[in-house]
Design a protein around this ligand. Structure first.
Ligand code: SF4
Length: 706
């Protein structure tokens, strides 16, 4: 078969952000290879990335706008959206409407949506499903460093002498990064890896030490580490004196919660010898990276857990240097890009804050608006609670499926059924969310859309179109801009291409030289269309001082706080909000599996991906299975105070006794009771708003369909 064209683009799944070469063949099929020139993956791909070519078909695609069940023209759909939104805003005010976005969107989509809601509708009610994946890490970085800034690069993972992987099954969730780490360890066998995770996951295959902590007890462990470092004189006193505030209070809190190795071992339910070994390794290894993800973030005390990790790096000066640092890994392909343009309800574009009057002034002048919101909006979980109570009347959901993914998913479903206006932009006709929509807008899928994404190491990469737009599908940024024009904001939304949007976003990042924020990509603001087309992967900041990008931040140990010092936070560890009891005796942990992505709307199209785990499983330790008389392969029913799920029992010694694991992916198209988020309480971290998706008390019993 002859190759028609090959296009350089970026994988649309996880936050590793691998470069992909997509070749369209004459018969219309798509061949996928890893891009050897992309710095994130250097040619590697994982199972999901390499199956991308099998997911680009048009079966089930939403190809035309639909209003109240009838196919309509784009003009009619856009008029309807703008008229209905305006009617609700006139009657109930700007905070009666909301946008709910996704880490699957491109930065340009995020930017335009954020500009419309915060800048011109005048509400902060725009949030994202990235709230579920990394918002605790963001809140912790801001508390400690003064800005939401990931200091490290992937290369740091390869040159570290100690890698502490906390709350991450990188082998399945960030596979190419895991491949890079595995290779580095193979080349340098002295490199040590510690995995902190209640489950024995595939990532533990690389571990020199696995700490199966009691679910939710991580802050005791890192507080204990800080205390140990002080007791063993392993702190960098000079760094603390010159560059850190808050040390004494943080240490006092650590001493109180985690006074000794036996106390930590008891709190975390770990052998004392393993705790001691972890502390010893960290204390003696200068080049240490803490690599953390959802297992730390998805908690009602996720921000504190992240800060407990950051404290250990600040107290040892292990930040801003090669092979060292606290490295939060994002789950989604563009969770980082969303952060850059203010995709979280408490942020403005270019990493500025709604709460900061000078930031509001700067953004208002740049956008030439007098309508900019002055107050943060509702975070994801609260947004849908307000929709359920009727306080929010209308929501526009873009590229995500909250009826499957948000906690207390049945309450979310009910809120969408009852709300006055639900607009959904999606590539699929039938999802658990689209089926409740009053207005459906057909979006471009991966391979059809064009713009940028930013990966976990701050690297901006291009997603490029290599397939024609099917039916009437259009870019998300375009439909938002068209609605904005119809709402009376034509001048501010006069974008003709993704390049136009990107240039404005880049210009705002450097507007009036406000370089206190580390996020500055103003060197990219003057790119021509063809330069944008050719844009090579680059790490922000990209400005006059660093025109080729920046691999590592805080190398001068100047942080983005008022006095330039980082801040250690006194962490008083809290266990999960809901405790197990006689009625609900097991802890439910949720997470990703190797070969599926989110709610499976794309990955379920590839049969070879489905082969890895064909249906929802309930992983349980054989001892617990015996207690509840659950046969391997039989069906089990899980119940919590918030919902129900039926899944296939899988006996697994990797599971910690007293807990069960269920993947997040299955939706009700596969089975009526397959959405695990129905079980999860919508309790959130008070600072980050991130829900506690990892620790829900549940009961279990054998399920008999009769
Ligand atoms: Fe895509 Fe992530 Fe796999 Fe890379 S590691 S190919 S970005 S899913």
């Amino acid at each position: 078969m002859t190759l028609a064209t090959t296009t350089r683009t970026t994988c649309p799944y996880c936050g590793v952000g691998c470069g992909v070469l997509a070749s369209t063949l004459e018969d219309g099929t798509v061949e996928i290879q890893g891009d050897p020139l992309h710095p994130a993956n250097l040619g590697r791909l994982c199972s999901k990335g390499s199956a991308l070519g099998e997911t680009v078909g048009l079966d089930g695609r939403l190809l035309h706008p639909v209003v109240d069940g009838k196919q309509v023209s784009w003009d009619e759909a856009l008029d309807t959206v703008s008229e209905r939104l305006q009617t609700i805003i006139q009657e109930h005010g700007p905070d009666s409407v909301a946008f709910y976005l996704s880490g699957q969107l491109l930065t340009e989509d995020y930017y335009v949506a954020n500009k419309l809601m915060k800048g011109f509708i005048g509400s902060g009610n725009i949030d994202t499903n990235s709230r579920l994946c990394m918002s605790s890490a963001v809140a912790a970085y801001k508390r400690a460093l003064g800005s939401d800034t990931v200091p490290c690069s992937y290369e740091d993972l390869e040159i570290a002498d100690l890698l502490v992987i906390a709350g991450s099954n990188a082998a399945w969730c960030h596979p190419v990064l895991f491949q890079r780490i595995s290779k580095a360890k193979e080349l340098r066998p002295d490199m040590k890896v510690v995995v902190i995770d209640p489950r024995r996951t595939a990532t533990c295959d690389l571990a020199d030490l696995h700490l199966p902590v009691k679910p939710g007890s991580d802050a005791y462990l890192f507080n204990g580490l800080l205390n140990y470092l002080k007791q063993h004189d392993k702190l960098d006193w000079r760094f603390i004196e010159q560059h850190v505030d808050g040390f004494a209070d943080a240490l006092q809190a650590a001493k109180t919660s985690s006074a000794s190795i036996p106390a930590v071992a008891a709190a975390c339910e770990l052998p004392e010898s393993d705790v001691a070994e972890f502390f010893r390794l960290f204390a003696q290894t200068e080049r240490s990276i803490s690599f953390y993800s959802q297992g730390i973030n998805q908690s009602s005390s996720g921000t504190d857990k992240c800060n407990a990790i950051l404290n250990c790096h600040l107290a040892t000066g292990r930040i801003g240097k090669p092979g060292m640092g606290p490295f939060s890994i994002t789950g989604q392909p563009n969770a980082m890009g969303g952060r850059e343009v203010g995709g979280l309800s408490n942020m403005l574009a270019a990493h500025m804050d709604i709460d900061n009057p000078s930031h509001r002034d700067l953004v208002s002048r740049f956008w030439k608006t007098d309508r900019l919101t002055t107050t943060p909006g509702r975070k994801a979980v609260d947004m849908f609670k307000d929709l359920g109570s009727g306080k929010i009347k209308a929501v526009w959901v873009l590229a995500t499926n909250p009826v499957v993914s948000l906690p207390e998913a049945d309450a979310v479903k009910k809120a969408l059924e009852q709300c006055e206006l639900l607009i959904v932009s999606d590539i699929e006709q039938q999802t658990d969310t689209t089926r409740h929509a009053h207005v459906l807008l057909p979006a471009l899928a991966w391979g059809e859309k064009s713009g940028t994404v930013t990966n976990s190491e701050r690297r901006i990469s291009r997603q490029r179109a290599f397939l024609p737009a099917p039916g009437e599908a259009r870019a998300d940024w375009w439909m938002i801009a068209e609605v904005a024009k119809r709402m009376g904001f034509a001048e501010a939304f006069d974008f003709n291409s993704a390049a136009d949007v990107f240039r404005e976003h880049a210009a705002l990042s450097g507007f009036e030289n406000n370089n206190l924020r580390d996020f500055d990509i103003s060197a990219l603001a003057t790119m021509s269309d063809s330069q944008f087309e050719q844009l090579k992967p680059v790490q922000w900041p990209v400005n006059e001082a660093a025109p080729k990008g920046t691999a590592r931040l805080f190398t001068e140990h100047q942080f983005n706080t008022a006095n330039g010092k980082a801040k250690m936070i006194a962490v008083d560890p809290r266990l999960p909000a809901n405790h197990c009891d006689i009625e609900y005796p097991l802890v439910l942990n949720t997470g990703r599996i190797r070969d599926q992505w989110h709610t499976m709307t794309r990955t379920s199209r590839a049969p070879r991906l489905a082969a890895h785990m064909p249906e929802p499983v309930v992983e349980i330790h054989p001892m617990d299975a015996a207690t509840w008389q659950l046969k391997d392969g039989a069906l089990a029913e899980l119940t919590s105070r918030w919902g129900r799920l039926i899944g296939r029992v899988n006996h697994s010694n990797s599971q910690r006794p007293g807990s069960v694991f269920v993947p997040i992916h299955w939706n009700s198209q596969f089975a009526a009771l397959a959405r695990v988020a129905t079980l999860v309480n919508a309790v959130t971290d008070p600072l980050s708003g991130q829900p506690e998706l990892k620790q829900t008390p549940v009961s279990i019993r054998a399920f008999n369909a009769e």
